[in-house]
Design a binder for this molecule. Structure first.
Ligand code: URA
Length: 438
């Protein structure tokens, strides 16, 4: 078999056989296929797509390229959550303790942030002492003791995805539906959970700019999960504007804790409760209405916050910083961004705001960049709000004063003020299950 022939076949729109796909992934993972040939293949997929059967086989081949996490020795229903990535998306810090407090077991591997999107691992590591790169034994030990652990993605799981994702990142082939579906689901399959909820973000600042594309991606991922015996559902949620009001690592922990106290912003609370309820439903904790109530009651009772404290302490972190997040501290340099004119906020482009946060030090420009845990943005206004000339729209925070001006410029480019209130968009567009789209 030759990689050259596989590239030609895909370039011409042909469907690859199981043998070809498995051969390609094995040889690429072993280093026998060079990146330049794989890049050509990825670009061919970008333009020609893949059939559902090809996508399912690709996912399986990627999942089998390394080890898998065996959770069978851990009692209880194991649940997992995945977000396709957004700005201000701290829902993992809220959803996972809610479902763990309801008796589900959470053994979650999360990513680090890159570019304009943040990563749960970086958020957790803004808590002093917190270790989110646990060895496999330590990770399983924390899961057994507290019912919940969150750690960084293990390099032994789906190594083909790690290599492919790095290549896609530099060859402009990330935003291909079959490649995203295979990438996400290969990691979810090897992570060993029984139930999975996917949060597929749609809008500016996401891979999927339209609801139609997001639904299509969700349908593919749900189909792969069902085929592999998982209970799985996806919510399509709005990412035209950042979720909540705080963007940046320690700032997001603080807002998540406030939400776990029942005092969070409405959008963040609503999306988090919907994801938690969906996961509880998959874990058979009741019908959808029971699960919504269970999620809400668990949040209101404080049990979910106590679960987050237990997890942080089991992973070496300072639990008092979760109970009292003001102890996380504030960045020393702050700049208020004021409205240059009065009217309504008509746009708050989340990608641009994510980049502004990155420029402040909250995210990584390259994989090697150091994170400033205290850097970020506190929004005072969001899309739809009225604003007076000179009123504060946001506060930029950083530990490096020299970063403020560039971040302010990027922030201002991302926000528009008009004279008419914009049309309100839904927060949750659809739910995708094996029964279809609702
Ligand atoms: N997240 C992933 O893990 N993979 C993708 O391809 C896109 C988002």
């Amino acid at each position: 078999m030759r990689m050259y022939d596989i590239i030609i076949k895909k370039r011409g729109g042909g469907a690859l056989s199981e043998e070809e796909l498995r051969w390609m992934i094995t040889r690429y993972t072993e280093g026998d296929i060079p990146d330049y040939q794989m890049s050509a293949f990825l670009m061919a997929v970008y333009f020609q797509g893949m059939t559902d059967e090809e996508t399912a086989i690709l996912t399986d081949a990627m999942a089998r390229s390394g080890e898998s996490l065996d959770l069978s020795g851990i009692p209880g229903v194991k649940v997992d959550k995945h977000s396709t990535g957004g700005v201000g998306d701290k829902t993992t810090l809220i959803v996972t303790p809610i479902v763990a407090a309801c008796g589900c077991t959470v053994a979650k591997m999360s990513g680090r942030g890159l570019g304009h999107t943040g990563g749960t691992v970086d958020k957790l590591e803004s808590i002093p002492g917190m270790c989110a790169s646990l060895s496999r034994d330590k990770f399983l030990d924390v899961v057994r003791r507290t019912g919940i652990a969150v750690t960084g993605q293990s390099p032994d799981l789906a190594p083909a995805d790690k290599k492919l994702y790095a290549l896609r990142d530099v060859t402009a082939t990330v935003d291909s539906i079959p490649l995203i579906a295979a990438s996400i689901m290969s990691k979810k399959l090897v992570a060993g959970s029984d139930c999975i909820v996917l949060d597929v973000k749609t809008g500016s600042g996401t891979f999927m700019k339209t609801v139609e594309d997001s639904v299509c991606l969700a349908e593919k991922m749900v189909a792969i999960g069902v085929h592999n015996g998982k209970k799985i559902a996806a919510l399509i949620t709005n990412m035209d504007i950042p979720l909540g009001y705080q963007i940046g690592n320690a700032l997001e922990v603080e807002e998540a804790v406030r939400t776990l106290r029942g005092q969070g912003p409405d959008d963040l609370t609503e999306v988090s409760l919907a994801l938690a309820a969906q996961l509880l439903f998959l874990a058979e904790k009741g019908d959808m209405d029971d699960c919504r109530k269970l999620a809400r009651d668990t949040l209101d009772s404080g049990a979910a916050l106590e679960k987050l404290v237990a997890m942080v302490e089991a992973q070496g972190g300072d639990g008092t910083c979760v109970r009292h997040p003001e102890k996380l501290g504030r960045a020393p340099f702050a700049m208020e961004v004021k409205a240059e004119t009065g009217g309504y906020i008509t746009k708050m482009d989340s990608a641009g705001i994510g980049i502004a946060a990155m420029l402040l030090g909250a995210g990584r420009e390259t994989k090697e960049s150091e994170i400033d845990p205290l850097a970020g943005i506190i929004l005072s206004k969001k899309t739809g709000d009225s604003v007076k000339k000179g009123e504060t729209v946001a506060t930029l925070l950083t530990s490096d004063e020299a970063r403020l001006d560039a971040a302010k410029e990027r922030f201002l480019e991302s926000v528009a003020i008009g004279q008419a209130a914009p049309e309100k968009k839904p927060l949750i567009y659809a739910r995708v299950t094996e029964r279809g789209v609702e």
